[in-house]
Write a protein that binds this ligand. Structure first.
Ligand code: PMP
Ligand code: GLU
Length: 377
């Protein structure tokens, strides 16, 4: 049979992070591709999920998620992020931050609409914009500026006709953390130009220098997106959430969810009910301190290499610029026994860079990996 696929499939590329992770799963390869913590999920969360399973929490939940978890998330966003006045009905849970972002773009973007993206940015934003029928307006960032927006960026941003901006600080793949002052400058432009902002805050806790800032603290035109995936090393649980003052948007996302996913996994949600306890928080803090140590070690080793890399303040990635063919260079490093993700799938400004994730390897492994990188160079 001659099967014709929908035209929306034309622009969808495979996720480079998953692709290179699969390639690096070979014996002897130190895998620095995938963006995930190598820690276990805190025991208290696992115990609660097990108890929920044994207690019969095996059925559908409300499409938005169980009310008690949405309430806890709303409380967290109010008390920690300063997003005052939110309540459980302003929150939706979904199958990971990725599904949340997908639903948000499906709800907001259609043919003729444009999404503004930082260049480079996480590999899935662009295909999600295309899957929604939209276009992308790219905003270049430079390695020598630590991939932080500067005057050129702001001047270009003033001229965009985008409907939605996706902001991601701390950033995947660069680790850049944008200051409150700069985020506010960007938000002021968005407010003036009626641009809606999706603030992807999945690396919120992974800030090593400076302070994290949620724009929804001071602006209403924002959907705040987060997940349990990184904060509690729960990438396999598939649990993300979003909140917004505009409840209509949350309800539209819920409509999509009700006709697609139905709801996220019941016992995963019950497990996550313990994520805001001191016990789980302490585990998460321990992981973040370890990652800071890794970031500092990685920077020591990067400084010895012939590349441009401003010390990133957050996430668990470095994105050094080597000025070479990044696809061929990544292949060469894989042959040398180190898996990395080439920079170009993150956007044209990622050309010549590679992404190194220190989330999934301890200092000892990182040390071996950098020895191999030095030899390969
Ligand atoms: N946003 C960014 C910037 C990411 O790096 C990721 C990948 N983890 C996600 C969203 C999606 O995370 P999740 O695993 O919760 O779907
Ligand atoms: N976000 C992580 C990464 O960038 C996990 C894979 C993915 O979702 O792309 O590696």
């Amino acid at each position: 049979m001659d099967l014709k696929f929908a035209s929306r499939m034309l622009n969808v590329k495979p996720s480079a992070t998953f692709k290179y992770n699969a390639l690096a799963k070979k014996p002897g390869v130190i895998n620095l591709t995938i963006g995930r913590p190598d820690f276990d999920t805190p025991q208290v969360i696992k115990n609660a999920a097990k108890k929920a399973l044994d207690g019969g929490k095996v059925h559908y939940t409300p499409t938005k998620g169980i009310p008690e978890l949405r309430e806890q998330i709303a409380n967290k966003l109010v008390s920690e992020n300063g997003i005052n006045g939110l309540d459980a009905d302003d929150v939706i849970l979904s199958g990971g931050g990725k599904q949340i972002l997908y639903e948000a773009l499906q709800a907001l973007i259609g043919p003729g609409d444009t999404v503004a993206l930082q260049n480079p940015c996480w590999v899935s934003y662009e295909p999600m914009a295309y899957l929604a029928g939209g276009e992308v307006d790219w905003f270049p960032l430079k390695p020598e500026k630590g991939f932080i927006p500067g005057t050129e960026y702001m001047n270009r941003f003033e001229k965009t006709s985008a409907k939605v901006l996706i902001l991601n600080s701390p950033s995947n793949p660069t680790g850049a953390v944008i200051s409150k002052k700069l985020i506010r400058e960007i938000m002021d432009i968005c407010l003036r130009k009626n641009i809606f902002v999706i603030s992807d805050e999945v690396y919120e806790r992974f800030v090593y220098d400076g302070k994290f800032y949620s724009p929804a603290r001071d602006y209403e035109n924002v959907l705040t997106v987060n997940a349990f995936s990184k904060t509690y090393s729960m990438t396999g649980w598939r649990l993300g959430y979003a909140a917004c003052y505009n409840r209509e948007l949350v309800d539209k996302m819920n409509l999509i969810q009700g006709q697609s996913l139905s709801c996220c996994t019941s016992f995963a949600q019950y497990g996550a009910l313990t994520a805001f306890t001191n016990e789980a928080r302490k585990e998460s803090d321990r992981m973040v301190s370890e990652f800071k140590r890794r970031r500092d070690y990685v920077m020591e080793r990067i400084r010895e290499l012939d590349c441009v890399c401003v010390k990133p303040s957050g996430a668990f990635y470095v994105f050094p610029y080597f000025g070479v063919d990044d696809l061929a260079f990544s292949e060469k490093l894989l042959e040398a026994g180190v898996g990395v993700v080439p920079g170009s799938p993150f956007g044209s400004c990622g050309k010549g860079c590679v992404r190194i994730s220190y989330g999934s390897a301890n200092v000892e492994l990182l040390s071996q990996a950098f020895d191999r990188i030095e030899d390969a160079m």
